[in-house]
Design a binder for this molecule. Structure first.
Ligand code: AMP
Length: 442
């Protein structure tokens, strides 16, 4: 099947062709015709499935088909995302796929001055991609009118709820007209998501590409049982021995991410850390260095890694298992994207057996256990409770540089603004704001 059979116009097909896409992904095959038929959609799709194009392409088509409004542009489409990284990526997609169309889009998020955003909005835009906080600020100040929105997308809805955005979402919904088309994307389906979907969607068509709460099939998953104090040693060994070039490593805490990245550096493995206590410019640089293979390992917390889109990322490592099993699905969804093979390994110590069981229950399969020679588990070591706010216990208590860490300042941040870059504005550096502070030290 090719894109040309899906009912998309020439300018859109040309843009797709330039991206080198030849075949629609399963979510695109299913979503595009339904969205073009102007139906609401509830889509179970994790990142990496091509979901962004799945809603962006038909959205652009619908906007092209609609009678063009005379006078100042009105906001016709609103795409809400949980993080600024995802907002920026979705905005890039809108821009890329819409480059041969006459629409203007902009991305709005908090953390920097709002003036450039206000100026862009004053000039008029057709499509807004936003995180909830700044969008509401600007709407409340009268700088953006959402009453003209025909098309509303809630992207990564599970993450939105996870980050405590439910009240903001409700406030945004109150600003939208009653008659509109709605799309809700979520990688997982909790009862909360179902409640939100009932409220938001009108007789939705259900699309599911990966089975509910299961992990991507193109990802090979393995568990390496290991003693808690030997995780770093095992990680360095695996990276070196297998000559892994681009590895995204997850830790549970920001401090744990920093410390692991430093320790890998001492082991001769170039690494950078990315988390909510880092400035936006530091995060952007770390990500760019990683993408350009200047650093081999990017150590990230769950929040910082959201929405990171790296084509063909081959390896994801769970240095520590996440407390929330759904986060495991999100983490390993960073690899094996859009049909590429990926590998996700988890270093699991005795403290994490329960977390592992919960994950296996969620994904409905047992993950293969692999024993690395020289790293046999010491059966005398007893499980200890995982301290959420301790500074990353997995692997270095008592080691030089591994103790005496002060608790990091409380998290500030998750939204970034990027006003008007589609009208030629640059992407400003950002500070952080307190959208995810309730997530504590992650
Ligand atoms: P997403 O799930 O939207 O984050 O997309 C994941 C990745 O798949 C992105 O890097 C897209 O550029 C890529 N992608 C989307 N659609 C296709 C397609 N039809 N063929 C190949 N790659 C695609």
């Amino acid at each position: 099947m090719s894109f040309s059979t899906l009912g998309l116009s020439k300018p859109i097909l040309r843009a797709i062709d330039e991206q080198g896409y030849t075949t629609p992904t399963p979510i695109q095959k299913q979503a595009i015709p339904i969205v073009l038929a102007k139906k609401d959609v509830l889509a179970g799709a994790q990142t990496g499935t091509g979901k962004t194009a799945g809603f962006t392409l038909p959205l652009l088509q619908l906007l092209s088909d609609a009678p063009q409004h005379k006078g100042k542009r009105q906001v016709k489409a609103l795409i809400l995302t949980p993080t600024r990284e995802l907002a920026a990526q979705v905005a890039d997609s809108v821009y890329t796929y819409g480059k041969y169309l006459p629409f203007k889009s902009t991305v709005i998020f908090g953390g920097v001055g709002s003036n450039p955003q206000i100026q862009t909005l004053k000039r008029g835009v057709d499509i807004v991609i936003a995180t909830p906080g700044r969008l509401l600020d600007l709407a409340n100040q009268g700088y953006i009118d959402l009453s003209t929105v025909d098309f509303f997308v809630l992207d990564e809805a599970d993450r939105m709820l996870d980050m405590g955005f439910i009240h903001d979402i409700k406030k945004v919904l109150a600003l939208l007209p009653k008659k509109r088309q709605n799309l809700l994307f979520s990688a997982t389906f909790s009862n909360e998501i179902k409640t939100l979907a009932d409220r938001l969607l009108n007789k939705p068509e259900l699309i599911e590409v990966a089975r509910r709460n299961t992990s991507a099939e193109s990802v090979t998953q393995r568990i390496y049982p290991v003693d808690r104090e030997r995780k770093r040693e095992l990680l360095s060994h695996l990276i070196g021995d297998n000559n892994w070039k681009q590895v995204l490593v997850f830790t549970r805490t920001k401090h744990g991410a920093n410390r692991l990245s430093e320790q890998l550096g001492k082991d001769g493995i170039a690494a950078a850390a990315i988390h909510g206590n880092k400035s936006q410019s530091a995060r952007t640089k770390a990500l760019a260095d990683f993408k350009q293979n200047k650093v081999r390992v990017l150590v990230a917390t769950d929040i910082a890694a959201r929405g990171i889109d790296i084509d063909q990322l081959p390896h994801v490592v769970n240095y520590e298992l996440p407390n929330v099993p759904e986060d495991y699905v999100h983490r390993i969804g960073r690899t094996g994207r859009a049909g590429n093979e990926g590998e996700a390994i988890s270093l699991v110590c005795v403290d994490e057996i329960k977390l592992l069981r919960d994950i296996e229950k969620l994904i409905k399969k047992e993950i293969k256990k692999v024993r690395e020679p020289g790293f046999d588990v010491n059966p005398d070591i007893k499980a200890e409770p995982i301290q959420q706010r301790s500074a990353g216990r997995g692997g270095n208590r008592g080691r030089p540089g591994g103790s005496g860490a002060s608790r990091p300042k409380s998290t500030t941040s998750a939204t970034r603004q990027d006003s008007g870059r589609h009208q030629g504005g640059g992407r400003p550096a950002t500070k952080q704001r307190s959208r995810d502070s309730h997530r504590g030290n992650r």
